[in-house]
Design a protein around this ligand. Structure first.
Ligand SMILES: C[S@@+](CC[C@H](N)C(=O)[O-])C[C@H]1O[C@@H](n2cnc3c(N)ncnc32)[C@H](O)[C@@H]1O
Length: 420
């Protein structure tokens, strides 16, 4: 928990965090551990709407916004977000931004005052106005907008962009959460409409957060649960090769269809966290720190392998809004090369008749079908195995794209089988 005096100034705290995210590549979700709701809304809201805010600010700046210090950019964005999205009265939003500027970038206080007074009179772009580029209406980089239009079609792409702009819901895995205790503590829990065993917290979030911190509940994305369940049951050895923090392993372990489960990850810190997360299931899976490109297992020894690969995360922009500002289209090739190395070693582990489930929380073809191209395994049509009602687009490769939406993150999934 942060000291009271720090949490008591959410605007200062938010601008400081935003400058760190932009200048040092910090992860917003990590910086927000213990943040008060106002700081959380300012940081995540500004990151979600950054391009729209910048577009409006640019009209009132003499020098490009990019020429200013990260702290100045952060203060301007927080002030304008408050004025236009949180409906803080303009004089209050401007005065508070000037106060924060005096702490973080004193020489820019006059500029902050002048620019925000003018910019706060701007009209917020209408999401339905096709005369304004979709990138500005929905605050996504134009290259990503174009890709998603090609991949999903216009309507589904615009729905995905709009959905990224909403706060992510809190979902729990019922089997790993003390749901009766949560209800008694004032949480309202609602079953997910398509993914059994997942509940949305629709009220009483504070009690749910306390339970999460105490290890009495497990937060999970609903699509991730549906994805984990695609791995067919296996009596023999099952390995989850990129498993931390253990969400999909937890689903497999709770459902007891993979009694010999090994959950491995290359990152030691995350592996330790995973061991804690999985300890509550009986029997708990074996846990190991291991590199998926050189797993400590004999070739042909596994009945099932799960690869939930490290990826760009373009299906998770609701929860990790800054990814869209960091990722370059040219990064996809490097990610795909690393994913391909993992897939090749995963395929070598499979016994005849064994299944490989390859998933990423990325919608990008390079990281999915592109990685599997030429791998000597049979594709199993994956879309029909997903829960009915979950939006999806079936791919010629046999896999399926699940676009991000209000009911879960976006994923791409492929199920493959080594011929018997
Ligand atoms: C998308 S996350 C996995 C999420 C996890 N499956 C879950 O459901 O909670 C990807 C993981 O891959 C791990 N990773 C990255 N490169 C790896 C490698 N070469 N070998 C094993 N794990 C790796 C990262 O540490 C990260 O924990």
């Amino acid at each position: 928990m942060r000291p009271e005096s720090v949490s008591a100034d959410p605007r200062l705290q938010a601008a400081t965090a935003l400058a760190r995210v932009e200048a040092h590549g910090a992860h917003a979700a990590r910086l927000l551990g213990g943040a008060v709701p106002a700081e959380r809304e300012l940081v995540l809201g500004v990151l979600r709407w950054q391009l729209t805010l910048d577009h409006l600010l640019a009209r009132h700046l003499r020098r490009p916004l990019g020429d200013h210090d990260p702290a100045v950019r952060a203060v301007l964005r927080v002030g304008l977000y408050e004025a236009l999205r949180m409906r803080t009265p303009v004089p209050v939003a401007v005065a508070e931004a000037v106060r924060v500027a005096k702490r973080l970038a004193p020489r820019a206080a006059g500029l902050v005052n002048a620019v925000l007074r003018r910019a706060s009179g701007e009209r917020w772009p209408d999401p339905a106005d096709s005369g304004t580029p979709a990138g500005i209406r929905f605050s996504h980089p134009e290259w990503l907008v174009e890709r998603w239009r090609r991949l999903l079609g216009d309507e589904a792409a615009l729905a995905a962009l709009a959905s990224d702009q909403e706060p992510a819901g809190l979902y729990l895995l019922s089997a790993a959460s003390h749901c009766d205790d949560l209800t008694a503590a004032g949480c309202r829990l609602q079953p997910h409409p398509f993914v059994a065993g997942v509940v949305a917290v629709t009220a009483g979030t504070e009690a749910a957060v306390a339970a999460l911190q105490a290890g009495r509940a497990y937060a999970i994305d609903p699509t991730a649960v549906a994805v984990a369940r695609l791995l067919p049951p296996a009596a023999g050895l099952t390995v989850d090769l990129a498993a931390a923090p253990g969400g999909k392993s937890l689903v497999l372990a709770c459902e007891r269809r993979h009694p010999r489960l090994l959950s491995a990850d290359r990152n030691l810190g995350r592996t330790v966290m995973m061991r804690r997360n999985l300890a509550a299931v009986a029997p708990a899976p074996a846990v190991a720190a291991a590199d998926a490109t050189a797993p400590p297992l004999r070739p042909g020894s596994c009945a099932a392998v799960l690869v939930d690969a490290p990826c760009s995360g373009t299906g998770t922009l609701r929860r990790h809004p800054e990814i869209r500002w960091r990722l370059r289209e040219s990064d996809l090739g490097g990610l795909a090369a690393a994913q391909r190395r993992i897939v090749e070693s995963a395929a070598a582990l499979l016994a005849p008749g064994g299944f490989l489930l390859y998933a990423t929380c990325s919608l990008e073809p390079e990281e999915n079908a592109g990685v599997l191209d030429g791998v000597a395994l049979e594709a199993v049509p994956t879309g029909p195995l997903l829960p009915a009602g979950l939006p999806r687009r079936d791919l010629p490769s046999g896999g399926a794209v699940i676009p991000p939406g209000a009911l879960g993150d976006g994923f791409t999934v492929h199920l493959l089988r080594r011929p018997a």
